[in-house]
Design a protein around this ligand. Structure first.
Ligand code: GLU
Ligand code: MG
Length: 433
């Protein structure tokens, strides 16, 4: 057998797609890449192909990035993959390459605010086989049931050069959560892709199947992706915290947060991009239903996280904000790019974060919400896409063709589910995420 490595992009559908070649060719492929087809970007998560401006035309290259190589060594097999950028034949970033879109958002953050982003993606997922255990939210028996899987995932995360933080039996049936430490810039989104693929592969090797679908059952618990963010200046000093700021937020954090909250309804179709994402984003699911800031409140779409250390410098480093309106049907690079652009817009516009909400917003009338500056987030993917389409600011953040292509991609996904009920939709999504 010839050992192969799979070179991949995480695309608009949040799917990891690419091509394999002999590992022995890697150094040559790091220079030359592998051929890629523009219309691939319109393959939706159900294998439909949305209207594509490229048709059968054009050629691109998927060029692997050496720093993203992952070798998953299992007892009887090794799985290797590497992430990369999609470029045009003359080596320019392609307008629909999600890594390049994130890179340009991060460059904008650096130019406007002089800071770099540290981010960590927390993932919830479920194992498809029934454990037969009940009442195991955060339970030890629930954990022991999948101890081998958990230990193996953590070992693979370390071997991939990432920083495992913790892993637990989450609240939902057969639900687990894996948490890693923060990474700088693009690597944070690369790490999110790696964690998903590591978890899927490790489960498969142990004859299990892991799903990151946003919701398995309309009446049960969702699988969220929570994105923790903080800032470093160009010398590496923390810039997120200011003891004198509201809830400890520095000026940058406050403006960045305000930008996210202001544009949240228009970017949410990037961070919660499936039809069933909107069944999860409802009140009382500990996800996100309003554009509110929370202080230690898990029903807020943006949460100021508590610090747990006493040392003042450590505290400054640990302080972070958490975006909770995301799930794993989103490409991490695209989700983070949209969040960063919204945040930077807040900094450019000199916004200030609102006061954190401290009550159950679902009890307020639409008028009361409006008077207090809150909106109910879109309740369907159609509505979320409409807000994206009609917000004139968003087209300034992305290349010219990008939004129409994304909208048509997602419209084809919606059409695929027409005439299904929510239960059937959930069933279908868990076959693909
Ligand atoms: N499962 C919840 C979600 O869908 C999150 C629960 C938690 O706070 O960890 O986001
Ligand atoms: Mg959780």
């Amino acid at each position: 057998m010839t050992p192969l490595i799979f070179a991949a992009t995480c695309d608009l559908a949040g799917k990891v797609r690419g091509k394999a070649f002999p590992v022995s060719d890697l150094s040559r492929r790091l220079e030359r890449g592998v051929g890629w087809t523009p219309t691939n970007v319109q393959i939706n998560c159900f294998d439909g192909i949305a209207d594509s401006p490229f048709g059968a035309l054009g050629d691109l290259l998927l060029v692997p990035d050496e720093g993203t190589k992952v070798d998953l060594e299992f007892a009887t097999r090794t799985e290797r993959f590497i992430l990369g950028d999609i470029v045009t034949l003359d080596g320019q970033p392609w307008d629909f390459c999600t890594r390049s879109l994130l890179r340009s958002a991060l460059n904008r953050l650096k130019e406007v605010a002089g800071v770099k982003l540290l981010a960590a993606f927390e993932h919830e997922f479920q194992i498809k086989s029934k454990s037969g255990l009940a009442g195991e939210g955060f339970g030890r028996s629930g954990f022991e049931h999948q101890r081998d899987l958990c230990e193996s995932i953590i070992a693979q995360i370390s071997a991939a050069g990432l920083k495992p933080d913790s892993i637990m039996k989450e609240y939902g049936p057969e639900q687990y959560e894996v948490v890693i430490g923060p990474e700088l810039g693009i690597r944070a989104a690369d790490a999110a892709v790696m964690v998903r693929e590591i978890t899927r592969s490790t489960a498969r090797f142990l004859n299990e199947e892991a799903t990151f679908t946003p919701l398995r059952d309309p009446n049960s618990v969702g699988n969220g992706v929570h994105i923790h963010m903080s800032f470093l200046d160009l010398e590496g000093n923390p810039k997120t915290y200011d003891a004198a700021g509201d809830c400890g937020m520095s000026e940058i954090t406050s403006a960045f947060s305000a930008g996210i909250l202001k544009y949240l309804d228009s970017i949410i179709a990037f961070t919660a991009p499936s039809v069933i994402s909107y069944l999860r984003l409802t009140p009382h699911r500990w996800s996100a239903a309003y554009n509110n800031l929370g202080f230690q409140d898990r029903e807020a779409s943006l949460r100021i996280c508590p610090t747990t250390v006493k040392d003042p410098l450590e505290k400054e480093r640990q302080f972070n904000i958490e975006y909770r309106a995301a799930d794993a049907s989103a490409c991490p690079h695209l989700a983070l790019a949209a969040i960063v652009h919204a945040g930077v817009q807040g900094i450019e516009d000199g916004l200030t974060a609102p006061k954190p909400s401290e009550e159950d917003l679902s009890l307020l009338s639409a008028d009361e919400l409006g008077n207090r500056g809150f909106i109910r987030l879109p309740e369907t993917l159609e509505d979320a896409l409409e807000r994206m389409r009609t917000n004139p600011i968003l087209s300034k953040w992305f290349p010219d063709n990008f939004l129409p292509v994304y909208l048509s991609h997602k419209t084809s996904e919606i059409s695929h589910l027409a005439n299904m009920d929510d239960g059937d939709r959930c069933e279908l999504y868990e076959t693909t995420y």
